[in-house]
Ligand binder design. Structure first.
Ligand code: CA
Length: 254
């Protein structure tokens, strides 16, 4: 299956810098969005280091798709899932290495959500509250469950999705790539059919725009580029409280 893509990123209306990073490597089938956190420019560094490390590992293993070294191979996952899992762990270590080199980067961290489109497998990995969505036959589903305080409350039935988007603690993530011990990465394999669209985004979109609105826009016959621009416009029209990054994919027969 062939995949086409488009992306857009914007600092939002209230933040001076953009600490999100993304990469789209059609040749590798790799698509990543990361949302950095940390004082000064550290968040920007964290998300960039993570995206670069994930991209490097996937590029390096393109010719040897069973390779996860120096990380262990997980028999519960396919080769693409394993490569993403190893790539995330290496990204986490790289963040630790950068922090060790520069005191000013201490405390930096990043979320990451990635899709790796392989021949027989489409793998999704994430840590933190950046999200993946799939639009299939006009219906939107979430591919990721946020590692965030508010999502835990939603899962516990204590908070509604609407209340979660308004909650003062909505930005608190419970898992991130922060340079410490190897992270627990959520991994899944998804089914895609031609015509399906995927969306990767930072919480600058999902904490402002409800899922049904995102789904309705994904279902519109817009080009992917226009779709990404519209999503950013919506986030900013909704207050633009945070950096926003959206990366849209569409699957085709050939
Ligand atoms: Ca954010």
């Amino acid at each position: 299956m062939r995949v086409s893509w488009a992306a857009a990123t914007h600092p939002g209306t209230r933040r001076p810098t953009n600490e999100d990073s993304f990469c789209a490597r059609e040749d590798l089938g790799l698509f990543v969005v990361a949302d950095g956190m940390g004082g000064h420019a550290a968040g920007e560094v964290a998300s960039r280091v993570a995206v670069d490390a994930i991209e490097s590992f996937v590029a390096e293993t393109e010719g040897d798709k069973q390779r996860t070294w120096p990380m262990a191979y997980d028999l519960h996952l396919g080769p693409a899932g394993n490569r993403l899992k190893a790539a995330f762990s290496l990204a986490n270590r790289q963040i630790g290495a950068e922090i060790a080199k520069q005191d000013a980067l201490s405390g930096m961290a990043t979320t990451a959500v990635a899709v790796l489109v392989a021949e027989k497998e489409v793998a999704v990995a994430h840590v933190g509250d950046s999200r993946g969505y799939r639009l299939h036959a006009g219906t939107l589903s979430r591919l990721t469950r946020d590692h965030s305080w508010v999502e835990e409350q939603v899962q516990a039935g204590v908070l509604s999705n609407e209340a979660a988007r308004e909650h003062p603690w909505r930005n608190i993530v419970t898992r991130a790539l922060a340079g410490g011990p190897d992270p627990v990465v959520d991994l899944s394999t998804i089914d895609v059919t031609p015509g399906d669209r995927l969306l990767l985004c930072s919480d600058g979109l999902s904490s402002v725009i409800p899922d049904d609105r995102i789904g309705a826009l994904l279902a519109e016959p817009l080009t992917l580029q226009r779709l990404c621009e519209r999503l950013v416009e919506l986030a900013n029209a909704g207050g633009g409280p945070d950096n926003v990054t959206v990366l849209a994919l569409e699957f085709h027969d050939q």
